[in-house]
Structures are given as structure tokens and as C-alpha cells.
Design a protein around this ligand. Structure first.
Ligand code: PHE
Length: 345
């Protein structure tokens, strides 16, 4: 046996060891070049020596066998290393679905919006529909059709903000939601059962309970045989729905040009339950709003037969109600837009 066969065996054994010992694909490639690839590799050198051998056929077979064994070892190791690389990348790139998500702070409805919607729900439950009107209104709807003649002192009481548009003092920011009554009655004949929540404007100076922009909800029921008793019962139903059955309602005579008779209504102070406290100025009652039977002059202005139909209307402030419900001492807190304050509700 010539030295060739020992050298071939040595290349086979060392090459397999180098292949199986390679820790990375790069190391495996380096070993592959050293043992198998090209003329200057260990196998390449042996191949060039075959022609000097006596038994070239046996030498060729031996080298061929060794080369195949080496190739198999390199292929096997390559497959192992590739599987390992893939497994490592799966671990490295794993998405942990159990990680908590990024925390978005969720907003919520403004307390006035919430109570606005609750009020709608209460009245829709009583069979009312929700109506709307514009915030920039005509004198006709805000005053004239509501039986405030030009120059009537009750107009001055409303601290109107006029808009410089059209005829002087004909376009204004509505001072109450009552103009929606007129718009609805102009558009349809009885039976009418509507509530109209919305924003209203007055030239008021800001204090704890007055803001130049605030919200009211108007109610109007017109049908055959509607009485003052229906009005009182409706107000009571609403107060009970919102505040519970232990809260009572109270009515005092009052004046509005568009209702006759007119009342002011109040409810038991929710803070002291009628005992008297700071919120209700020790009276046990808190003012809610105004109401009354629709004045026949209003029916005449909108073309509804006052001989056949009667109706009642009411209106009260939503912001005031929210202040009472949540104990908000100054109304400006509701509108400053300070999230630290609003987040509490
Ligand atoms: N619109 C009146 C106000 O703002 C309240 C009211 C509404 C009174 C309906 C009677 C009937 O003061």
C-alpha cells in the first residue's frame, strides 16, 4: 500500500472531524474549502497525485469513497447548522402576545352630554320625540311668536346677544330653547310631544351658577284635553326617573309671556334631602326651571286651534342639573376643558 492511501484516509477522518466540529456555517464553509473545494484543497491535491500511483484505479476508488464520505458529512452538518440558525431566529424574533398593550387613555362623555342624553332617554321613554333648532335664531322664533311683543320688558330680562346680520335686532343667539316650540308647532299639527335640548346664550357675567353659554332642555306637549295636572305629573315623573322616588317636586306661580298660567318648579335638594343646606340656601328646595300652559297667543301665532287644543311647555337648565348631581361648585369648571377635573366623572 502506498502513502496515498494513508493520506486519503487521513483527509477523510480529519475532514469529517472538521465538518462535524464546525460551530457556524462560516466555519463549515472554511473547512469545506480546505478539504473539498478546488485543486488546492486536501482532496484536490490527492486527486492530482492519482496519476503517479501504480494502481490508479484503486487510488481513484479510494479517493472517490473518501470524497463522498466527506460530502455527506458536510451536508449533514450544514443541515444541522441551518436548523439551529432557524430555531435561534424563531426564538429571537418571537412575538410575545402576552405582553400588555400600549396604554391609551380612553376618554368619556362630558358630564353635561351624559345628562343631556339621560334626559332624552327619560322623555323618549314617556313617548316624546327629540327636536332641534338653530343656535343663531330669528327674533320671530325667540321672542315675537312667543308673545314677547317688541319693546316688552321681558326681552330685556333675557340679556340677548344680537348678531350683526340682516335687519338690526332681528338675528340673535337664542336665549332659550323655547323657539324650538314655535318651529315644531309651525311645522306640524297636534298631537305634539317633543323635547328639545340645546345650547343657549345670554349676555350674563360668569359667576358660580351663570355662564353666557349654557344648555337647556325644552319640553312641549300639545293635544286635546291637556291640563296643568299633566304638566305637574310629567315633571314629577322626570324628577323621579332621574333622582329616585324620594325626591319631590314643587311648583310656584311665576310669569312667562308664552305660558298662562306659568310656574317655576323646584325639586327636593338632593344634598340634604330637604333638610336645608348650603347648596339650597337652607330652603330644602332647588330651582329647576320654568313651565306653564301654552298661551293661546302662541297658538294663534303658529296656526293651532286654541279652542280644540291645549298644551304645556317646560324648560330647564342642564348645566345646573349637572352641578347639582355632581356637586360642582362653579359652573366654569365644567367648561374650562381641564381634563384633570373632567376625568373625575
Ligand atoms: N324659556 C324659559 C326660560 O329660559 C323657560 C320656560 C320654558 C318657561 C317653557 C315656560 C315654558 O327661562
Amino acid at each position: 500500500m502506498s502513502q496515498f492511501f494513508d493520506d486519503t484516509e487521513a483527509v477523510r477522518v480529519e475532514g469529517i472531524r472538521a465538518a462535524l466540529g464546525a460551530e457556524t456555517i462560516d466555519a463549515l464553509d472554511t473547512a469545506f474549502r480546505a478539504y473539498l473545494k478546488g485543486k488546492s484543497s486536501r482532496a484536490g491535491e490527492l486527486k492530482q497525485r492519482i496519476k503517479h500511483e501504480l494502481d490508479r484505479a484503486a487510488a481513484g476508488r479510494a479517493l472517490d469513497e473518501a470524497t463522498k464520505a466527506l460530502e455527506a458529512a458536510f451536508a449533514e452538518r450544514r443541515a444541522q447548522l441551518e436548523t439551529a440558525v432557524q430555531a435561534a431566529s424563531l426564538v429571537r424574533d418571537r412575538v410575545d402576545l402576552t405582553l400588555p398593550g400600549r396604554d391609551y387613555r380612553r376618554g368619556h362623555l362630558h358630564p353635561v352630554t351624559r345628562i343631556w342624553r339621560e334626559l332624552e332617554d327619560v322623555f323618549v321613554g314617556l313617548g316624546y320625540k327629540v327636536a332641534e333648532g338653530p343656535e343663531v335664531e330669528l327674533d320671530w322664533y325667540n321672542f315675537e311668536a312667543l308673545n314677547f311683543p317688541p319693546g316688552h320688558p321681558a326681552r330685556a330680562m333675557q340679556d340677548t346677544l344680537y348678531v350683526r346680520l340682516g335687519e338690526p335686532e332681528q338675528v340673535l343667539l337664542r336665549t332659550h330653547t323655547s323657539p324650538v316650540q314655535v318651529r315644531v308647532m309651525e311645522a306640524q299639527q297636534p298631537p305634539i310631544y317633543i323635547v328639545a335640548p340645546g345650547r343657549v346664550f345670554r349676555r350674563d357675567t360668569l359667576d358660580a351658577r351663570h355662564s353666557p353659554v349654557f344648555h337647556q332642555i325644552e319640553g312641549l306637549a300639545v293635544d286635546e284635553g291637556i291640563t296643568l295636572g299633566d304638566l305637574l305629573g310629567t315633571i314629577e315623573a322626570f324628577v323621579h326617573a332621574l333622582f329616585g322616588p324620594s325626591i319631590a317636586s314643587r311648583f310656584l306661580p311665576s310669569f312667562f309671556p308664552f305660558t298662562e298660567p306659568s310656574v317655576e318648579f323646584a325639586m327636593t335638594c338632593v344634598f340634604c334631602e330637604g333638610a336645608g343646606c348650603g347648596v339650597c340656601s337652607k330652603t330644602g328646595w332647588v330651582e329647576l326651571g320654568g313651565a306653564g300652559m301654552v298661551d293661546p297667543n302662541v297658538f294663534a301665532a303658529v296656526g293651532i286651534d286654541a279652542e280644540r287644543y291645549t298644551g304645556f311647555a317646560f324648560g330647564f337648565g342642564i348645566d345646573r342639573l349637572v352641578q347639582l348631581l355632581y356637586g360642582v361648585d362653579h359652573v366654569k369648571n365644567l367648561w374650562d376643558g381641564d381634563v384633570r377635573f373632567l376625568r373625575q366623572f
